[in-house]
Design a protein around this ligand. Structure first.
Ligand code: C5P
Length: 421
């Protein structure tokens, strides 16, 4: 499981507004995390209906979950509060998704057989299969997780249409160490948010360069730029949400890896060039958001350059390879198998400069943005420039813009694959 700890900066508020989520808890110590998850869902704008098994109520109380969800909690199928006494029907008909977190080994075994002797399993069985997705977040001891019965049950549940999420690895409440920890609330929030994003890049392999590069002058100093990497990281997240397999090549930035994204860290333009070119054979799309240094000192000093009698230091400079231009010139790009997108960060004449850059680099799409207005910011405004003209994406959170760009790129690729121009 990739190391992801949610970044508030890449997550716009209200990702789940207008979504009605049924949060189910079955018995397990991971129930304590469900309380935090419930709060996170509400913060993202969801209405949350909590349904618990009696076992879950041994770990965390319905009172806690009611206070966090701001809704009455259901535990029993005999709950007299429902006028028709059919909580299992009433609670699911308007749900956008049911998320059972934690899903215990016992609860999944029960679901597999279509058993329904408590409200939560009854509700899962009674949900409309086509309109209410069921997500299960397993949580159990590592031996229970590895047991063939559990693995077999999960495979069957997937076949029956459930989305069985992965598990984390590490310390377990029982004192053992291994697979079977429930995903963290941030990771579950991501899974649920991604569920509602259209899978427009399903199965595509996306390569993204992000952040600045750092060109060493000596062992302790170098030149770099103000790129934070936020736009590239937002694009990596949006592409993953859209069903892509994402490979991110990141310069020196201080950002968590987006959930589910594979990341290679590099420092210099030369390292970034090598890391990107190594992936070109298998990529369907390359998005170059990195602010790559144009030049580097021809020779970095072996020892720290001291202030002193020799006056100001001077360097011979050499030009760095243009990664985007090299990828665009690759036979796979030329054959139309690899779609290249560039970013132009300018300080003036944005449209004209970005248009010229698109032609010079030989790419079908160039995204223009104003450097000082985007570097380090959580939002941005973009110009989308192709051979036909220019489209504006007005200022918004970078994740929102990234989702719009992903949809735009997917549309272009699908159009291209249908043989249209
Ligand atoms: O720096 P420049 O304005 O030329 O950047 C435009 C685009 O080219 C960006 O997408 C950037 O990631 C890419 N680029 C690159 N390698 C370079 C310089 C820029 O991939 N050496």
């Amino acid at each position: 499981m990739p190391n992801y700890r949610g970044s508030a900066t890449l997550r716009p508020m209200s990702d789940l507004s207008n979504k009605h989520i049924v949060l189910g808890l079955s018995g397990g110590i991971a129930c304590y995390k469900a309380a935090e998850l419930c709060r996170a869902l509400v913060k993202q704008g969801a209405t949350v209906q909590v349904v618990m098994t009696e076992a879950a109520a041994q770990f965390v109380t319905p009172v806690t979950m009611q206070a966090l969800s701001n809704q009455a909690v259901y535990v029993s199928q005999w709950d007299p509060r429902e006028p028709n006494n059919m909580a299992h029907i009433n609670l699911t008909r308007h749900a956008h998704a049911i998320l059972v977190a934690p899903a215990s080994a016992d609860f999944m075994a029960k679901l597999l057989h279509g058993r329904a002797d408590d409200l939560l399993s009854l509700m899962c069985l009674a949900r409309p299969l086509d309109t209410v997705p069921l997500l299960l977040a397993p949580a159990m001891n590592k031996e229970m997780w590895a047991h063939p019965a559990t693995q077999r049950n999960m495979a069957q549940l997937r076949q029956d249409g459930a989305i069985v999420l992965g598990v984390g690895q590490g310390d377990q409440a029982c004192g053992e160490v291994g697979d079977g920890r429930m995903l963290e609330p941030d990771e579950l929030l991501y899974e649920l948010t991604a569920l509602f994003q259209p899978k427009v890049l399903h199965g595509k392999k996306i390569l993204i360069s992000a952040g600045p590069t750092y060109e060493a002058m000596d062992p302790v100093r170098g030149i770099t730029n103000l790129s934070s990497g936020k736009m590239g990281f937002a694009l990596a997240r949006a592409a993953h949400e859209a069903g892509a397999n994402v490979q991110l090549v990141a310069g020196p930035v201080n950002l968590p890896t987006p959930y589910g994204v594979a990341r290679t860290d590099v420092r210099s333009a030369l390292e970034m060039h090598t890391a990107v070119m190594a992936q070109v054979e298998r990529a369907d799309i390359f998005i170059a958001t990195a602010a790559v240094a144009d030049w580097r000192p021809a020779q970095a000093a072996a020892e720290k350059i001291k202030k002193g009698s020799e006056g100001l230091p001077s360097f011979d400079w050499v030009e760095n390879p243009d990664i985007l231009a090299d990828v665009a010139a690759h036979p796979r790009s030329q054959a139309g198998d690899l779609y290249c997108v560039g970013f132009a960060a300018e300080t003036q004449y944005l449209q004209a400069q970005a248009q010229a850059k698109r032609e010079r680099k030989g790419v079908p799409l160039m995204i223009g943005n104003l450097g000082p207005a985007t570097f380090g910011q959580d939002d941005n405004a973009l110009l989308v420039i192709d051979a036909q003209g220019v489209k504006e994406l007005p200022r918004a959170a970078k994740l929102i813009l990234a989702r719009q760009l992903v949809a735009d790129i997917a549309m272009r690729i699908n159009t291209k694959n249908k043989g249209q121009t």
